[in-house]
Write a new protein. Structure first.
Length: 342
């Protein structure tokens, strides 16, 4: 009877929820906010991102949470003491959970058709200052294994409570925490090209078609890489090299190669939840030897004792008439580099 009463009350509360149309690749709607709750804090082990009442879980985190059967929790910091109640005074009306597909419009009123499920009282802890609702990740999401996480999940899971500050108040307030599970891999980049030195990769590519693409990574191998391989597959030997400055389709990565070493370079996209795309097909690249700047300077007529090389510079050029300061500054730098080299 008590569970039925809670469902009826929460259903009435949920019917007043704001209905918001969401854009694809964004949240379905924001968690409900209650005036009697000052803060909502999700507690999800190794969540990829935390922001207010929402925790984001990507493919890597999903696998760990599902495989190890980890509990998650949501803490609601309350402005009232809900523990002060008796049979005549009820200030807390329990907790339920439900889920929504991302990018959809929904008006969840917690009737049976909406799929709301009660969270047992044994999983709820109340103090004078907060209410903490715990639930197993598997029970919240239905994801129980690595394979289920790999199945392109893109849903939002809500934990909801109802409370009021007086027995005389008929209106219950609802507050929610949210855990977003996104295990959808982004699309890889295309048309990649690369050049290399022993210390650096310079890359260009056509950016991913995925709207939630966040950054890009490179993989370097001694053998060719086949398109479609996942760099984060279990027991994968691939090492990921972060690419800096890559949103516009150009970037670089720090590597450790030897001069004239032949390697195979592939790329992958990383999205906003840390999910990696499949790898592109690799490009064969030979690491070019770096140029010793001091040797180049001397080959052009520069002298260790001083003076500047003007080989190939016309007497009426700006370098002769107005560029001496730049040459002297460069000379000082080169002498310093030479001494360090010796």
């Amino acid at each position: 009877m008590k569970v039925l009463l809670r469902r009826i009350v929460l259903a009435a509360l949920c019917a007043t929820s704001v209905n918001v149309v969401a854009v694809a690749d964004t949240q379905a709607r924001e968690p409900a906010v209650a005036a009697l709750v000052s803060e909502v804090v999700p507690d999800v082990v190794n969540a990829y991102n935390l922001d207010g009442a929402t925790a984001w879980v990507g493919l890597k985190e999903c696998k760990a949470l599902a495989t190890n059967d980890v509990d998650v929790a949501v803490r609601f910091d309350t402005k009232i003491d809900t523990t002060v109640e008796d049979n005549a005074t009820v200030l807390f009306n329990g907790a339920v959970h439900y889920s929504l597909a991302r990018g959809t419009t929904a008006n969840v009123d917690c009737v049976a058709a909406d799929g709301c499920a009660d969270i047992p009282e044994a999983e709820i802890t109340r103090t004078e200052k907060d209410i903490t609702v715990g639930i197993a990740f598997r029970d919240l999401t239905g994801l129980v294994s690595t394979a289920s996480c790999e199945d392109a999940v893109d849903r939002e899971f809500f934990v909801r409570i109802g409370l009021r500050n007086s027995q005389l108040v008929d209106t219950w307030q609802i507050a929610e925490g949210r855990i977003v599970v996104d295990t959808v891999r982004p699309e890889p980049p295309t048309a990649i090209s690369a050049v290399a030195t022993p210390n650096s990769l310079k890359l260009e590519w056509t950016v991913s078609k995925s709207t939630d693409a966040d950054r890009y990574v490179a993989v370097v191998s001694d053998t060719p890489i086949t398109a479609g391989e996942f760099p984060d597959a279990e027991n994968s030997p691939r090492k990921l090299y972060p690419i800096t400055g890559g949103q516009a389709g150009k970037g670089s990565a720090t590597v450790n190669l030897t001069a004239n070493q032949v390697v195979y370079v592939a790329m992958a996209t990383r999205d906003l939840n840390g999910n990696l795309s499949a790898l592109t097909a690799s490009q064969e690249v030979t690491a070019a030897d770096t140029i010793d700047f001091w040797d180049y300077y001397q080959s052009e007529g520069g002298q260790e004792e001083g003076g500047c090389s003007v080989a190939g510079v016309h007497a009426d050029s700006g370098l002769v008439n107005g560029g001496w300061m730049m040459f002297f500054s460069g000379l000082a730098l080169m002498i310093g580099l030479r001494r360090r080299k010796q």
